[in-house]
Design a protein around this ligand. Structure first.
Ligand SMILES: NC(=O)c1ccc[n+]([C@@H]2O[C@H](COP(=O)([O-])OP(=O)(O)OC[C@H]3O[C@@H](n4cnc5c(N)ncnc54)[C@H](O)[C@@H]3O)[C@@H](O)[C@H]2O)c1
Length: 343
């Protein structure tokens, strides 16, 4: 950035668990300056501001009134995403929101529409697309090296113990989280497969169940089959009753080879015996307490967002792009909630 170019002024709204990934990124990028940290729990906003910079606010309305903002990052409970995003758009402020877009389709569609009408950028975090493994697999498919994808599958076995839900006033509820293991944890692997397969969805069949969390309303286990219009059949299984967070595994069976990848590694074996591999970046930022499986690439996606704001390149994961995965997730719930089993 040249000496004459001012830094973009950024606020982070919601200073809970994931916010550190945004705070560290915004504080470290040369394009950005963290000017405000906001949380209804003022102690959290103050702690973030002390550590990473900016002024602390307990109300986002007050923050918008008092600060000249170029962009805000939303690290909020799911049901607030579109509402606060639209509040920002209407004040001419660009938004980068954490996944998911919201808890229903209508709110997400409205947010995309209002961003367009207000002439601002709207980005949605799916940071796993920026892992080396994901980038290699996407390139091997789009370049044709792997030929046509025939089938895909993903498995996620993670641990979200009782305390994870009991300590939160919004997780585990339909009206604030909008679901459980699908909308919160498996959404990244669903997004990766949908992005790599790159086709509209023909049909979904799935079951949702709650097998091990009597303290929550939503599903902790889900499995299903998504059939894409290009013929790819994608089977998924996810549950958060496991003893630890095992690496997610995604497999692709393609015309010219097979792929196995997780968030950090990818192994491609072509039918002619040649191979390609991707491994994690050796150098990365320290996220002071952030979890490894959150991916090391929030900062890459955040940098891409600011590069787009500065007019250097188009925004990659726009609201429109994220809507495709959001629609898939919402359809899984529309179908699965009808038969939700609670053991
Ligand atoms: N990309 C990823 O890998 C990843 C990982 C974890 C969480 N997330 C997402 O990040 C978001 C936040 O999740 P979390 O685990 O940090 O939740 P959290 O509950 O730890 O943090 C949310 C924060 O928002 C604050 N808040 C609530 N209402 C507010 C309001 N009206 N104004 C200002 N602040 C308000 C809460 O006080 C809390 O501190 C969710 O969308 C979640 O799905 C993404």
């Amino acid at each position: 950035m040249s000496k004459n170019t001012r830094k973009l002024k950024v606020g982070v709204i919601g200073c809970g668990r994931i916010s550190v990934m945004h705070l560290v990124s915004v504080a470290s990028l040369e394009e950005t300056e963290l000017v405000a940290c906001c949380d209804i729990r003022l102690d959290r906003a103050e702690a973030a501001a002390r550590e990473y910079g900016g002024r602390a606010y307990a109300s986002y309305e007050e923050m918008f009134d008092k600060e000249e903002l170029d962009a805000v990052h939303l690290c909020l409970p799911h049901y607030l995403h579109s509402k606060v995003a639209i509040y920002a758009f209407e004040r001419g402020v660009n938004v980068l929101t954490e996944k998911p877009m919201d808890i229903d389709m209508e709110s997400a569609l409205l947010a995309v529409k209002r961003a367009k009408e207000c002439g601002v950028q709207f980005g949605v975090i799916f940071q796993c697309r920026y892992n080396r493994s994901s980038l290699l697999v996407k390139d091997a498919v789009t370049s044709g090296r792997l030929g046509k994808v025939i089938s895909a599958r993903s498995t996620l076995t993670w641990s979200r113990p009782r305390d994870y839900y009991c300590e939160s006033d919004w997780k585990g509820t339909w009206d604030k989280e909008g679901g459980g293991v699908i909308i919160d944890q498996a959404i990244h692997s669903l997004d990766l497969v949908r992005w790599v397969v790159d086709s509209e969805i023909e049909s979904i069949s799935c079951t949702l169940s709650n097998r091990g969390h009597d303290c929550i309303e939503v599903e902790d286990t889900a499995e299903g089959l998504v059939t894409f219009k290009n013929g790819v059949r994608y089977g998924f299984y996810c549950m958060n009753n496991y003893g630890c967070d095992e690496p997610i595994e995604i497999r692709l069976y393609c015309e010219k080879g097979r792929v196995v990848f997780d968030y950090d590694h990818a192994y491609i074996t072509y039918n002619d015996g040649t191979t390609e591999e991707a491994h994690p970046d050796k150098i990365h930022l320290s996220y002071g307490g952030g979890k490894d499986y959150w991916g090391l690439h929030h900062v890459r996606q955040i940098k891409q967002f600011y590069s787009a704001l500065l007019g250097k390149e188009p925004l990659e994961i726009t609201g429109e792009e994220a809507l495709k995965t959001h629609e898939m997730v919402m359809n899984i719930y529309n179908i699965g909630r009808k038969g939700l089993e609670k053991d």
